[in-house]
Design a protein around this ligand. Sequence first.
Ligand SMILES: NC(=O)c1ccc[n+]([C@@H]2O[C@H](COP(=O)([O-])OP(=O)(O)OC[C@H]3O[C@@H](n4cnc5c(N)ncnc54)[C@H](OP(=O)(O)O)[C@@H]3O)[C@@H](O)[C@H]2O)c1
Length: 325
Amino acid sequence: MRAVVYDRYGPPDVQRLDEVEEPVPKEKEVLVKVHATTVNRLDAATREANQRSGPAVSFLSRLVFGIRRPRQRILGSEFAGEVVGVGTAVREFAVGDHVFGITGLAFGAHAEFICVQQGSRMAHKPTGMSFEQAAALCDGALNALACLKQAHLRKGQTILIYGASGAMGTAGVQLAKYFGADVTAVCSTKNLELVRSLGADAVIDYTREDFTQNGQAYDVVFDAVGKHSFNRSRGSLKPGGSYLATDGLRNLGLVLWTALAGGKRVRFSVTSPIPTKKDVLFLKELVEAGRFRPVIDRSYPLQDVVEATRYVETEQKVGNVVLTV
Ligand SMILES: NC(=O)c1ccc[n+]([C@@H]2O[C@H](COP(=O)([O-])OP(=O)(O)OC[C@H]3O[C@@H](n4cnc5c(N)ncnc54)[C@H](OP(=O)(O)O)[C@@H]3O)[C@@H](O)[C@H]2O)c1
């Protein structure tokens, strides 16, 4: 089968299309013919051994994914496609089913076929949704969901979402609205209409207004793009409010420190429980109820993975970048 592989850590062009062996499903596995996948920030960060995040994170990244070279040669954590084979113990899925899901750190979706455990984070594709849309459902949304759960976001609370136009941000706006919060979305001028259309009650254009200076205070400040900080947001939090971080090792220390000190808290996505199949099914229900839609910025054919990755690394994508297989 054709797959995008990489044999060393480095820039986007370490990836190349190659012929590899087609996987064979084990007893409890499903063989999926991938129709669409994505390039997300996890793919990009893993491919360069998280060098942008500094030597400590890069070392941890190599410990997990391979010290000298990547153990898993195929990236891609999100997929949508058709079941074309099942192991002998598979009951939940049958040949011909349309499915979507996320393999997370196991990757493997930048390929024509992938084997997925039936009990893992995979579900039947929501009715009426294209493979491209379904492929872009999980990563941003599951991460945003994990963050909002950490903050125990409730009906009537106020949340400010910084970086509201990214994969996590566009999902965060919709999920926070679903949980009944009053949502203020922060992004640049060109994305204001989009975040409004996702349900934001108020929008702030950060190129014209600094939210930390507007005298408002929120129950939660969600930095969905890892570009703000607890220190700068502190004055915009109500007493006992939470700052939700999605990037930056320094935030681990702040999680501990603010938990001990009491008052305003830092919560960090990396310390939240790993999303489950139940969360994937919850997303499917939201989509089918018309309460959630993944935002897709661009779609590339699989062979243009290098170009797609370069675009993701501009940190300017709006929502998600899809690869069609
Ligand atoms: N290290 C890892 O392994 C890893 C993996 C996955 C995710 N993450 C983290 O997860 C978070 C979310 O990732 P994502 O994929 O959702 O992000 P994303 O989709 O790449 O975010 C892109 C959006 O961020 C906005 N943006 C860019 N620079 C900004 C700035 N300086 N201030 C405010 N907004 C800015 C842009 O919109 P505007 O033009 O409107 O500003 C753009 O639409 C990030 O913190 C990321 O670092 C890390």
